[in-house]
Ligand binder design. Sequence first.
Ligand SMILES: Cc1cc2nc3c(=O)[nH]c(=O)nc-3n(C[C@H](O)[C@H](O)[C@H](O)COP(=O)(O)O)c2cc1C
Length: 172
Amino acid sequence: MSTPPFEGKQHKAASRLCHGVDSMKALIVYDSKTGMTERIALAISSGMKEVGAQVEVRKAVAVTAEDFKAADAWIVGAPTHIGSATSDAKHALKQGIATGAAGKKGTSFDTRFEKVGKGAADKLRKMMEEAGVRIIVPPEWFGVKGTKGPLSEGAEDKAIVFGRKIAGALRP
Ligand SMILES: Cc1cc2nc3c(=O)[nH]c(=O)nc-3n(C[C@H](O)[C@H](O)[C@H](O)COP(=O)(O)O)c2cc1C
């Protein structure tokens, strides 16, 4: 019988050497009714990719259990509706949690009117934390000027920076 080249901790260390941050798979799941949160999700994704992260982006209504299972990190976002996350975003996250949250890393984000105290990201973070997801960077919010946008000035740049920060926190 042949001996496997690496076992246990050795295997993990070797895998890190071979793949580094690239081996971490991140999933961005977002809901968006009028496109603002979608733009933020895509900007976060480009910030993460800039620094070498592997990222899949899925709309809440289209994400599958397999998408959640395949990812090491879940980044979940939604527009703020009545101080919380939209039901499509919460439903998608519940679907992910049902596949097993142990060992997953994550954070959340939202779009909301400026000067509003709490938003969707707080609710999504709470759901993830309670399920056992480790929050690796604090949730972030992005301003909108009206119910259907536009985004506040600099919101997409802020999202790119947030993406880089998430990718940095995913480094082993
Ligand atoms: C039904 C409804 C409720 C909303 N409630 C809030 C709210 O409580 N706080 C807030 O900051 N924005 C609220 N908004 C504004 C949304 O945050 C805004 O429409 C959203 O950021 C747009 O994102 P989207 O284009 O991705 O749908 C609400 C919008 C709608 C349509």
